[in-house]
Design a protein around this ligand. Sequence first.
Ligand SMILES: CCCCC/C=C\C/C=C\C/C=C\CCC(=O)SCCNC(=O)CCNC(=O)[C@H](O)C(C)(C)COP(=O)(O)OP(=O)(O)OC[C@H]1O[C@@H](n2cnc3c(N)ncnc32)[C@H](O)[C@@H]1OP(=O)(O)O
Ligand SMILES: Cc1cc2nc3c(=O)[nH]c(=O)nc-3n(C[C@H](O)[C@H](O)[C@H](O)COP(=O)(O)OP(=O)(O)OC[C@H]3O[C@@H](n4cnc5c(N)ncnc54)[C@H](O)[C@@H]3O)c2cc1C
Length: 633
Amino acid sequence: MNPDILRERQNATFDIEKLTNILDGGAERTNRRREIREVLVLNDPDFDYGTPTSLPTMILKLREYGISDPVEINWYKSMYWGTGREALGLHYVMFLPTLYTQCDSEQFNKWVPLIIGTYAQTEMGHGTHLRGLETTATFDPATQEFVMHSPTVTSIKWWPGGRNPLFLPLIFLSIPLSASLFDLFLSGFALPTCSGIVIGDIGPKFGFDAVDNGYLKLEHVRIPRENMLMKYAQVKPDGSYVKPLSSKLTYGTMVFIRSLIVGNAGIVLSQCCTIAIRYSAVRHQSEIRAGEAEPQILDYQTQQHKLFPLLATAYAFLFAGQYMIDTYNRISGDINQGDLSEMPELHALSAGLKAFTTWTANTGIEVCRMSCGGHGYSRSSALPDIYVEFTPSCTYEGENTVMMLQTARFLMKSYRQVQAGQQLSGAVSYLNKVHHRVMAPQAVSSQLDLNLNTLVDLYEIRAAMLVELAAQSIQQESARGKCQEDSWNNSTIDLVRASDAHCHYMVLKMFRDKVDQIEDPGVHSVMSTLAHLYAIHGMGNFTGDFLQAGVLTGAQVPSVSKCLKGLLAEVRPSAVLLVDAFDHHDKMLNSVLGRHDGNVYEAMFEWARSSPLNRTEVHESFHKHLKPLQAKL
Ligand SMILES: CCCCC/C=C\C/C=C\C/C=C\CCC(=O)SCCNC(=O)CCNC(=O)[C@H](O)C(C)(C)COP(=O)(O)OP(=O)(O)OC[C@H]1O[C@@H](n2cnc3c(N)ncnc32)[C@H](O)[C@@H]1OP(=O)(O)O
Ligand SMILES: Cc1cc2nc3c(=O)[nH]c(=O)nc-3n(C[C@H](O)[C@H](O)[C@H](O)COP(=O)(O)OP(=O)(O)OC[C@H]3O[C@@H](n4cnc5c(N)ncnc54)[C@H](O)[C@@H]3O)c2cc1C
């Protein structure tokens, strides 16, 4: 064990195992996760880490072990595939959930156990604007079939992930069967017997290489009427159409994935913090005091300023992910019972948090990579691969700007309800006070009140102010004679800013609520410090908002920075222990810099020597190209 890492792990002020249990949702969950990891994967003789051939093995093993719980499937898959995406990701997180939520019972029993599929919604011309999708589904009562067709080049289905060139069970959206409704169909295509189908791969991408993203062009292809997913909407044999309770029920799978992505952003950020902080504990560079030994780079204040707010953010997003999934499960349960009353709130929350967490994590991964210097740029660190695999999450499952505007739509609607005298409940209840809040600068001392509850209140006031400013922008545009749509478009910068502040407040509130539930004094103390760091760091980044909201005075601004520096110093002794609590196994992290034992340099040399370019003393290209050239010179 590297001596630096060993020293970092002495004098722990909190029980790491208890913190790991909190992250897992209890000691039993930790034990089960480790059982899957250690027993069912690492000690399984059939386990051939991460090679393509192990994909069929993985599926058969999941069935052999009877692992069907989505969280446990993900634990198993993440051990198998480490930090990379794998070809079946879309099957498990989109295709299956769509069958679970959109099939009637007969369809469910017929399809769920049997098939592997993809989710083909996006077209070359439309990914965001679903009401613009062009693929048609025309019912033919004479044959009881739907005729599926791609009428234009822009209607070609583009991006479906994990499409199998041989068999194409896929779920796709077609354009409205009536006014503004969409419907989902399960293809029954089997190539090459099915004529009228043109499929292929969309070509090389930025990354995501384990997933083959394809295209699908349909030329009047017929599928049985029964292939329309009919839990919520039906087409009867006579061609009559039964509308769903809400046209947005078809969007349910996207809400589910967005909810999952929130926690996933926390997991990915926790992986990167583990790598960067462990490496920063063993890397010595330059000097602080002339003539003394080179310090650990983790002792540089700038290094702490790069990494510790991200460490706090990783914990914040992991707790937000728990809250999001609990909320999704609760509200989707109500929806299943026909109560759609909270569907708008679920959509607004999942859309906003998906955008907020993925944008922040995306930037954070790069900060972690750059904080590791040159070795961060090496694939041995795993950080470049993590970035390449994560960054599309800002685009897929709802492009982030568009998602923030969906949340803004809900905030504006809520604000108008308050103006009309209604009393709001739920995540936007803070808007009830927006008219009664003293927005003038409060007479406060130059010292900042560090109480976490006070900080949550300040974020709430900031969000309320930005919601009000966005609403006022729309009203001002309207007063200038702009139509409603142009007034909205001319205010979208303010609307995204209001949604971002709303999400920031929600995440801090969830973090504070989680800290309040922690009973162990040591864990409570270190988590409270991280929650403070998360809040103060955000206040430092958005000082203007807090000044504008009148909850921070010019005299207090220097104390924000002073307080931040104090919190960084407070986190320093626990930094390595806090990433140990994430409990990422070396095999899964797959990072030379993030090894649990901290023996970076020896491992890096071995990693480099194993490179294919080092298989021979002299690379074959010398004999093939250079030597013949030398002979001619
Ligand atoms: C286990 C760990 C894994 C974690 C995950 C990791 C990796 C992820 C795995 C896989 C990802 C890989 C590939 C990605 C796959 C894809 O990308 S699939 C395709 C995804 N595509 C989208 O997300 C499309 C985005 N566009 C939309 O959702 C909609 O077009 C829109 C932007 C929401 C607009 O819809 P529209 O019908 O035009 O509605 P409009 O804006 O007009 O609003 C009307 C009202 O409808 C409400 N509403 C909209 N959406 C929903 C919804 N989903 N639920 C409930 N309500 C909704 C909206 O709020 C409006 O309500 P009002 O009351 O009228 O304001
Ligand atoms: C790695 C990867 C995997 C994918 N896998 C799948 C899959 O398996 N199945 C599938 O169906 N799809 C998949 N997709 C497609 C993905 O869902 C779409 O790319 C995504 O929904 C964004 O839509 P778009 O590409 O049309 O972007 P666009 O919407 O064209 O975005 C382009 C720009 O326009 C802006 N914009 C668009 N609308 C508005 C608006 N109303 N207001 C303000 N700005 C706006 C956006 O903010 C963005 O800056 C995948 C994409 C990627 C990158």
